[in-house]
Structures are given as C-alpha cells and as structure tokens.
Ligand binder design. Structure first.
Ligand SMILES: [Ca+2]
Length: 440
C-alpha cells in the first residue's frame, strides 16, 4: 500500500513538472561565453545572433565556465534582436567598479557603440527629468526614458543574478531572485541596431564580468527567476555550439572558402557547410578553382553570395540513375518502394516523380535510410504517386535551390555567376537554378 501510494505521488509530481515546464518561456538567445578562444561569442539558440569582443574586452573565468570582462574601453556587441512587444533578459554579473551617474547597460539595446542613442538599458538609465539622478534598473526610451528602478544597485565585487521583464504585465526587475522594482509601464523594446554588454552607445564602458546572458520572448515568472538564482542547472541547455565557425569580414558579412569546409562527410563539397557557418547577416562563400561533387541540394538563405572562379570552378553531380517505383505512396509518406535501390546513397538527395507528378509537384528530399528496396526520405511526399497510373520514378537529383520562405529579402544565388556546372551523366543537364541572377 505504501509503495502504491509512493508511486502515485511520483506520477503526480512528474505530471506537475511537465505542466509547469510547458508554461515556462524558452530563451530565444543564449550566450554562454564558454568558447575557448577568439573574439566571437556564439549564440546557442537556433536563430542565432553572435556577439563579439570589442575594444579590448577579454574572456575571463566566470560564474559558469567562461565569461566576458568589460570596462576600460572594452565592451561586447552584436546585431540587434529586433522589436519585441514583450520579453525578458537574464544574466549574471559581477560589477567591478562603483556605479556613477553615467548611463550604461550590463545589457543595452541601441545604436552601435559610438552611435549615441541608447533605447533600452539594464543598468544605469536616465530619469524622465533631464538632469534627474541616475538610477539602477531597467529602462526603455521610445523618446523619453521610463522604467523600473531599484532603491540601490547591486553590490560591487559580488556575483548577482539579474532579470528584467517588459511587456503587457509592465516592467519588473529582479536581483538575486527577489523582485526589487515593478512598474505598470507597458512599452515595447524598440527596434534597434545593436545589442551591447558593459557599455552605452554613447561610447562609455563599465567594468564588469558578465556571464550567461539570455533573452526571452516572454516575461519570466517570479518562480522561474527564483529557481534560476538558486539552482544553476538551467545553464546547461541549450549546449554551446561546437560545430559552427564564425568569421566576420566587412560590414556586409563574412567571407568563407567552401574548400575549408569540405570533408568526406560533406554532400556539397563544403559549400552548404560554408553557407551555414556564415553569420546571420550573411556574407560570401568563395568556391575556388576545383571540381566540387554536389550530391545534395544547396540551400541558400538571405544575403548569401556564392562566388566561383570562372571556368576553373566546376560543380558536378553524380551520374543520373533512375529506378521505378513499385508501390503507390500517399502525400506525406516518407517511405517509397523502388525496383532497385542499389545506386542510391544515404544522405544524398533523391527526386520522386511520376507522369502527373513532376516539376514543383515532385519531391526532393535527403535519403535517410535504405533497407532493401525501401527508401526512407527526410520529408513527406508533396503529392501521391502511383505506378499503376503512370511511370513513377526515383532519381538522384541534386539541385541548387533557394528554399521557399527562406529567401525573403536580398536573396542571392549565383548572381555573379562564375560557376560552371557539369553533370557526369552521358546526357548532361544544367543544374537546376531557381533565382533571378543572369544565366551563365
Ligand atoms: Ca559561461
């Protein structure tokens, strides 16, 4: 009886945890600062915005692994996160200098450093009255400053956990798990050019060690704030990225060589990996002289330029190989039966089509598995295919494509063109291009 009762309690506790976890905001940006070296501070979220050490800011031992130290001209900066009607910021900080009257943010949003316009600050922000006393808290400035102020700033030389919420529930500021300021001020985080740490866009920096910075799209509940202060296990996820190399070049973005990313595991001669390694602002991938075997579609996101080296850059795809479908499959199905799968390769692309299912109705997907003559696809079929109603075929068919919905602005695919494409088959076809650049 006791054991049964204990089991019920465990189940109920587990269910309660699930319900509670489901209500908790997930971070949309997470900076751990745990990279071993370099100036790039990687965002562990999927929609990443990487930051950069600037002005002599350094990596130091932090509250959890590595952290960044600002001050004496050193600061951290990256692209803005966009307008947010509600949200939260969370970070750990050890202030290294006494608070003065100059405005700055442990985290701030505004023009780039030196651009002289702060739009939101968690730190010292100006009072609404010109010349009013400086105040510690979180303030937003759509034209004039308003926000929630603590009665005193956090103690110097000690680690503190800071959270600021904004949105329809007003502005709240928490220090070390406790609510220290709460105002019914409902303001958006305005659109801004840059996120910065330990600084003001007015060219000031503040001495601090800053660790584990997070941005959420929803305010954090008080219980979650208290728990994060008391139990640091939350910092373990999401894990720091290890497979993304970030290079920054000129203002228009980075510049990478596809060959640096080539490996036996790459299905695109390193081109896709190089595209994926560019920062979100985009950049260039140079496809230097050589022959690149393309066994999978190349997906190009916004603001990416692929540059070849004239006729010396040759993209080839494997010999075309076609096999008949032997069983009907419904739209959404992820497996197809084929007559002979021996020429196909797990990881490569395949196209599925039939007499009335071709062009954009056909399906191109990665092959996830091959068992006998059953081929499993990385996504479901666009349209049903039925060998009884026509000739259904499966064929390796790599292409270069801009993904629907992924090229909303500034989408560029081979606009400079100097890439020659050549199929290995006896009847070469041009690699399919879906773009607006000049034909080559
Ligand atoms: Ca850290």
């Amino acid at each position: 009886m006791h054991e049964h009762a204990a089991a019920c309690v465990l189940v109920l506790t587990f269910l309660a945890c699930c319900a509670w976890a489901a209500d908790e905001p997930e971070p949309i940006h997470v900076w751990h600062f745990d990279e071993q070296a370099g100036d790039d501070l990687l965002d562990a979220s999927d929609d990443f915005i990487d930051l950069k050490l600037c002005g002599g800011a350094t990596r130091v031992e932090g509250r959890f692994g590595g952290a960044v130290q600002t001050g004496d001209g050193g600061y951290v900066q990256g692209d803005g996160v966009g307008r947010m009607s509600s949200g939260a910021i969370e970070l750990w900080v050890k202030p290294l200098e006494e608070f003065g009257s100059a405005q700055f943010g442990f985290i701030g949003f505004g023009h780039e450093f030196g651009g002289d316009n702060d739009q939101a600050l968690l730190g010292i922000f100006p009072g609404p009255e010109r010349g009013g006393p400086p105040q510690f808290g979180f303030g937003i400035c759509p034209g004039t400053w308003s926000g929630a102020c603590a009665t005193e700033p956090p103690a110097v030389g000690e680690w503190h956990h800071l959270v600021a919420n904004w949105g329809r529930l007003g502005i709240q500021v928490y220090v070390d798990g406790e609510l220290v300021a709460d105002e019914d001020i409902r303001l958006d985080l305005p659109r801004h050019a840059a996120v910065f740490l330990g600084a003001s866009s007015w060219g000031r920096t503040f001495g601090a060690i800053i660790d584990e910075v997070r941005i959420y799209a929803d305010p954090l509940p008080a219980e979650m704030v208290r728990r994060h202060f008391a139990d640091a296990s939350y910092v373990a996820s999401p894990p720091a990225p290890t497979d993304r190399q970030v290079h920054y070049g000129a203002a228009e973005g980075g510049s990478l060589n596809a060959a640096d990313f080539d490996s036996p595991e790459s299905f695109t001669g390193g081109i896709q990996e190089a595209i994926d390694a560019l920062p979100r602002r985009g950049g260039e991938v140079h496809v230097l002289p050589g022959t690149y075997l393309i066994r999978r579609s190349i997906w190009v996101r916004d603001n990416i330029t692929l540059r070849g080296a004239g006729a010396a850059t040759v993209l080839i795809r494997p010999s075309e190989r076609m096999t008949k479908l032997t069983a009907p499959a419904e739209a959404g199905d992820r497996t197809v039966q084929v007559e002979d799968a021996s020429g196909f390769e797990v990881g490569a692309d395949i196209s599925i089509y039939a007499d009335r299912v071709h062009g954009w109705h056909s399906t191109t997907a990665h092959i996830e598995a091959i068992e006998g003559n059953t081929v499993t696809l990385s996504r479901g079929l666009n349209r049903p295919v039925d060998p009884a109603e026509g000739h259904g075929h499966a064929q390796p068919w790599p292409q270069q494509a801009g993904g629907p919905g992924r090229g909303r602005r500034g989408h560029q695919l081979l606009p400079h063109g100097h890439l020659r494409t050549r199929a290995q088959s006896r009847h070469p076809r041009p690699v399919h291009r879906r773009r607006h650049g000049p034909a080559q």
